[in-house]
Write a protein that binds this ligand. Structure first.
Ligand code: MN
Length: 131
């Protein structure tokens, strides 16, 4: 048994840069395994992931703020505290904060993942403009 007090990370928070736009910080909640990653992720206003997919899908649990998640087929929308999102295996998508709000979520990522291109500014503002 390992009690993780308050869901705190087991390692220092890390700035996420290479596949994210804007100011994004991540905490690894559980020690990393090959198959499951659990991260608390904080997105400053305007920050978001690049387009990407997860081999076996992903669950997002929004813990604070207001953001958005969208896939290539235009499915998605605004998300806020308490919302739970399931992203199917292989679905290309992005998630992040709205342009004028921060957003924090716990991300449970299953299997490997593939990073793609940056989300274009127009697409970002269309999907996650001012809340
Ligand atoms: Mn994702």
């Amino acid at each position: 048994v390992q009690i993780i007090t308050g869901g705190a990370a087991t390692t220092p928070s890390g700035r996420r840069t290479a596949t994210f736009s804007g100011d994004v910080w991540g905490d690894s909640v559980l020690p990393e395994t090959d198959d499951v990653l659990i991260n608390n992720v904080f997105f400053a206003p305007g920050a978001r992931t690049y387009w990407h997919s997860h081999d076996r899908g992903q669950i997002l649990i929004v813990t604070a703020g207001v953001g958005a998640v969208w896939d290539r087929d235009g499915r998605g929308g605004r998300i806020a505290t308490g919302d739970v999102v399931f992203i199917p295996p292989g679905s290309e998508h992005w998630h992040g904060a709205c342009s004028d709000r921060f957003m924090a979520h716990t991300a449970i990522s299953l299997g490997g993942h593939e990073w793609l291109e940056k989300v274009a500014e127009d697409d970002y503002l269309a999907g996650a403009g001012p809340a």
